[in-house]
Structure formats: C-alpha cells, structure tokens
Design a protein around this ligand. Structure first.
Ligand SMILES: [Zn+2]
Length: 311
C-alpha cells in the first residue's frame, strides 16, 4: 500500500545565491526534508540526502539539471533518516558529519526499520552509508572561492550532533532541523532547552537566507519570525511542562489538556507529546524517559493513529 503523492506539490529548486541552491520538498512534514548544494569550479558539495530512494534520485536529478560536475562531498546536518537514508546514492562522495552523528548511526547498526511506525512509505532499496569524515567544533569546506563553514552547537539541540553550514560571502545558512519553518519543532531526540539556545546562535549569525530542515526558505522578516516562532513554541512547551508537572499529570495527560493556540495550525502537532516528555526530563521529572514510550504516547495523543507521513 503506497501513499498517493499527487496531493503534494513538486520540490522547489532555487538558486538562493550565485552557485548556491536550496531544494525544498513540500510539505515539510514527517520524512519530507530540505537539502541544498553548492556548485564550485570543479566539484559540487551537497547538504543532506533525503528519506527515500526515489526522493534522493529526484534530488540528484535536480543537481544534474544544473551541473555535471562530480559530487565530491555530502554533508549530513544530523543523523535522522530523512537526511541520511539516501547517503548511499552519492557514490564516491566523502560524507561529512559531526562525530556524534556517526556514533548514533553506527550504534543503530544500519537503516532503522520504520515500516511499523510509517507504513505505506516506499523507502526503496536503502543501503546503510554512514559518514566517512567526522569532526566536532568547526570544519571549513572550500568550494572555489566559496567557503562552507560547518559548525556544531557545542551542546545537544535537535540531536547530539547538529551541524549548520554557513556561507559568509552570501549570508546563507543551512540550518538543518534546528528549524522547522511552519512545522512543529521536534526535540524528542535532543533537548528542548538546547534547541532554544540554538535559536540564539542562529539569530546571531545574521543570515539573509535561511534554508531550514523542513518548510520554506526564510528571508528578512520571515527569517526572524521563523526563529522567534520556534523559540516561542519551545518556551511554551517548557511552561506547559511546568503546569503539567505541578498538576501531577504525565506528559500525555497534560498534552491532552494543552491549548496549542496558534501553534495548532502547524503540521505534526502530536510532537507536543514528545517535546513534553523531554521538557519533563530536563526538569528532572521523567526518570522513566524512553524515546519509544514517548512515540507511543504521540500515537495515543492522535487517538491511536500513526503520524501522517506522505514521504
Ligand atoms: Zn528532518
């Protein structure tokens, strides 16, 4: 049983600065992520793969519509499958990531099997291809006269190994999943407070163009409000966690009481439950914290329905 994809608009390839491209996949929900690439004089550097074979093949076709230069380097902004499943299709490329990103992928020991949680997705013949070059702190990649400054946060945020790619010459920032533009942030694999701190770091960068991990490219006022929105939502989660703990409710029980207000319009709102689990843990009130239990609570929050995934 495969999903109907007809309802989703096609990916948007855009040259956001000279030789710098964003590749935005609508609608940015579960497993539908953004990527990008930089075309240099003799090679191409890519930021992130996608979740399925078909989507990554389509992305590579989009790169080939612009250039036939070899893809020398693929960056993984973090370990999640929507950004790394397609790594194996970039044959011969050096795969660069944070050392913690590779560590998690190696500990998982291969491609995670999501067939139970996300049935109906045609993943394709995925092959495990972990990063081959890792760093922590900072790493600069030079592509002709453009420098991609890869930086970690120095703390756990969306995951334990988030990497951003900054191009100072064009003020372009690839933010990975530190930013879900128009979608619900998801801190279950990381930290609510760390993701809030990451917003301050991203804001201080002074970007003109921000390519988020999900959702449309942000610029100018839209860029500032995208970061503010993420920060406000996560602060709201912390506040609600305080209310829920005070009332002696579990994260799920409290999630069912929460009025999401304007955040209710964002996609994937069941992530509230996972985020509350983390906020409780960070307040020292969730000693039993387990990712799988939090996911089961997200399904319960949806009345037993699995998360809507159109990948
Ligand atoms: Zn993602």
């Amino acid at each position: 049983m495969a999903h109907e994809h007809g309802e989703l608009p096609p990916p948007i390839l855009e040259e956001v600065a000279a030789g710098v491209y964003s590749y935005v996949q609508p609608d940015g929900t579960w497993f539908i992520n953004n990527t990008g690439f930089v075309v240099g004089p003799d090679h191409v550097v890519v930021v992130d793969a996608t979740s399925t074979e078909a989507r990554t093949v389509a992305f590579i076709d989009a790169i080939r519509s612009v250039t036939d230069k070899p893809i020398a380097t693929l960056i993984n902004t973090h370990h999640h499958g929507d950004h790394t499943h397609g790594n194996y299709l970039f044959e011969g490329a050096t795969i660069v990531a944070h050392e913690e990103c590779r560590k998690v992928m190696m500990a998982n020991g291969g491609i995670n099997d999501y067939s139970a949680a996300f049935p109906g997705v045609e993943w394709g013949d995925l092959q495990f291809a972990p990063p081959t070059l890792t760093f922590s702190g900072a790493l600069d990649l030079h592509v002709g006269d453009v420098t991609l400054e890869l930086r970690d946060m120095g703390f756990v945020a969306h995951t334990e190994g988030d990497v951003t790619a900054w191009i100072e010459a064009h003020k372009v920032l690839f933010a990975g999943d530190l930013v879900f533009h128009g979608g619900t942030p998801f801190s279950l694999f990381g930290s609510v407070s760390g993701t809030i701190d990451a917003m301050d770091r991203l804001e201080a960068q002074g970007a003109s163009v921000l390519v988020p991990g999900h959702g449309p490219v942000a610029r100018g006022d839209g860029l500032r409000s995208a970061l503010d929105d993420q920060r406000e939502y996560l602060t709201f989660v912390q506040k609600e966690a305080g209310v829920g703990m005070e009332a002696g409710r579990t994260p799920l029980e409290h999630a069912q009481e929460v009025d999401l207000g304007r955040f209710a319009e964002w996609s994937d709102s069941e992530r509230l439950v996972g985020n509350l689990h983390v906020a409780y843990r960070e307040a020292g009130k969730n000693p039993e914290f387990r990712i799988d239990l939090a996911i089961m609570d997200m399904v319960a929050f949806n009345g037993g329905a699995l998360p809507r995934c159109l990948a």
